[in-house]
Design a protein around this ligand. Structure first.
Ligand code: SAH
Ligand code: SF4
Length: 360
């Protein structure tokens, strides 16, 4: 799959949405109207840094200019349907899209700042066996505007919003299966006149669509996380169907060649599932196959959910696995998923509005 084959289509309106556009694209639009370039910077700041959704509020643009742009383009906006807080401080935001589909983002508290875990698709088509998002099936790709607006809305509608410093594309969906829109969103999110998040603070997580990992490295300077979850092809084939197309060896090779500044590392997520991939032998094999890849491990004990076919290993088993990796001089942290009580933990996002609620 080439990036150009994935289209960025907005079907909700005839007018192009300014929130889908990068600074360069807004500049060409403005230039077409015979206006100066810096007007594009002003418009972008209004949308992404002031959270403005109507042209009337852009007070440093003349009335006639505002009317002129309004006749040609529009500004979309996500609607916040609900914000839930977990006992551990994690917050889950449920957004309604213009076509009434719903997605979720999660705010995770770090030491001195907050991380926003964003969605890139409504659902997911990758079918990983352990993942509740995957079990819900796939509806559609998110538009760049719908990816970007998750951070703008979170910033303006939560007390923690100002302090969102990191972004992980690890919510609903597979970012590299929505490649073009994800990269467009990254360009907007990291622009100085947009949400202005440093590219070093943006991480894209993938289940391992190998050719797109290479494109991502060439097209953006963001960090890479890979959901690995197994150290042999037989187990990974069983857990993650994508492995039958791009087996572990090809995935690791793509990671080896992923362009990275010195001292940066790829994060490998590894869900520990009792009796499936959590033995000391699995850990030894993992240490062996990762040799020479600049990496760190996030070990995530499997989050059980009603009717899940897998279970979480006991603490001893988790510690033993982690200790093998540490013995081999890897950085390995055990990341107890946050927000379990509100189904905001890894793989639990479904973008569903509870049936008993009136959401009209
Ligand atoms: N599609 C991308 C990004 C989002 S997936 C990817 O797969 O990387 C969200 C993360 O949650 C992945 O790292 C996945 O391995 C993890 N996950 C999914 N279901 C889980 C579960 N039941 N318990 C723990 N982690 C889970
Ligand atoms: Fe999709 Fe990621 Fe869940 Fe797999 S783990 S089904 S790729 S969201």
């Amino acid at each position: 799959m080439k990036p150009s084959e994935v289209l960025c289509v907005d079907t909700t309106s005839d007018k192009p949405d300014l929130k889908n556009m990068t600074l360069d694209e807004i500049e060409s639009f403005i230039a077409g109207l015979g206006k100066q370039k810096y007007r594009a910077q002003q418009i972008m700041k209004w949308m992404h840094q002031a959270g403005v959704t109507s042209f009337d509020e852009m007070s440093n643009l003349s009335k006639t200019f505002r009317a002129e742009i309004e006749s040609q383009v529009r500004i979309s906006s996500l609607i916040i349907e609900k914000i839930q807080a977990s006992r551990d401080g994690t917050k889950k935001i449920l957004f309604r899209l213009e076509d009434n589909n719903c997605i979720e983002s999660v705010l995770i508290r770090e030491k001195n700042h907050w991380t926003l875990c964003m969605s890139t698709q409504v659902g997911c088509q990758m079918g990983c066996r352990f993942c509740l998002t995957g079990k819900g099936g796939f509806t559609r790709n998110l538009l760049p505007s719908e990816i970007v607006d998750q951070i703008t809305m979170a910033r303006f509608n939560t007390p923690e919003g100002d302090n969102i410093k990191n972004i992980v594309m690890m919510g609903m969906g597979e970012p590299l299966a929505n490649y073009k829109n994800t990269v467009q969103a990254i360009k907007i999110i990291t622009n100085d006149y947009g949400p202005a998040v440093s590219p070093r603070k943006v991480t894209v997580s993938t289940c391992g669509i190998v050719p797109m990992i290479e494109h991502l490295g060439n097209d953006t300077p963001v960090n890479l996380a890979v959901s690995l979850n197994a150290s042999d092809n037989e187990t990974r084939n069983m857990l993650m169907p994508i492995n039958r197309i791009y087996p572990i060896e090809s995935l690791i090779e793509a990671c080896r060649t992923f362009p990275m500044p010195r001292r940066r590392r790829i994060t490998f997520e590894y869900i520990l599932i009792a009796g499936v991939n959590d033995s000391p032998n699995d850990a030894e094999r993992l240490a062996r196959i990762m040799k020479g890849v600049p990496c760190k491990f996030n070990l995530i004990p499997f989050n059980e959910y009603p009717e899940s076919e897998f279970t979480t290993p006991g603490d001893e088993r988790i510690d033993a696995f982690q200790n093998v990796l540490i013995k081999h001089r890897y950085t390995a942290v055990t990341r107890k998923s946050k927000g379990r009580d509100i189904l905001a933990a890894c793989g639990q996002l479904r973008g569903q509005v509870e049936k008993h609620e009136n959401v009209s």
